[in-house]
Design a binder for this molecule. Structure first.
Ligand code: AMP
Ligand code: ZN
Length: 114
């Protein structure tokens, strides 16, 4: 998927502030942060949406959340609360079609989201 910006960041073909990386997952700073802490946790494999994941990806989905929780703790937003979001599809606000888990913290979040 040469046109995918997140694949390009993973391959170091585009700049990105990488804050975590292992064999299957990478986390970056969001380029347009919507909160004092705004990270994106993504699988290294190009998977477009949550719906494109199969049962064989269940471990990977768990890994995304586990890394998100660790990063939230490290960034000091756990005690005040933080939000994890996956936008799926254009109507839900997805703009980059490489699955990613938003981790937002450091401010108050309202419900329901807009
Ligand atoms: P979504 O709208 O849920 O698909 O989220 C895509 C997110 O990717 C947005 O919050 C963007 O600000 C962010 N984004 C877009 N391009 C980049 C980039 N080059 N580096 C880091 N984050 C990006
Ligand atoms: Zn991709």
């Amino acid at each position: 998927m040469p046109e995918c910006i997140f694949c390009k960041i993973i391959r170091r073909e585009m700049p990105g502030k990488i804050v975590y990386e292992d064999e299957t997952v990478i986390a970056i700073e969001d380029i347009h942060p919507q909160a004092p802490v705004h990270l994106l946790v993504l699988p290294k494999a190009h998977i477009e949406t949550l719906g494109a994941m199969g049962s064989e990806d269940e471990g990977l989905i768990g890994k995304l959340f586990s890394v998100a929780a660790r990063l939230a703790r490290e960034r000091g937003v756990e005690s005040r609360g933080y939000r994890t979001v996956i936008n799926n599809g254009t109507g839900a606000g997805q703009s980059v079609f490489h699955l990613h888990l938003h981790v937002l913290g450091g401010r108050v979040f309202h419900w329901p989201p807009g």
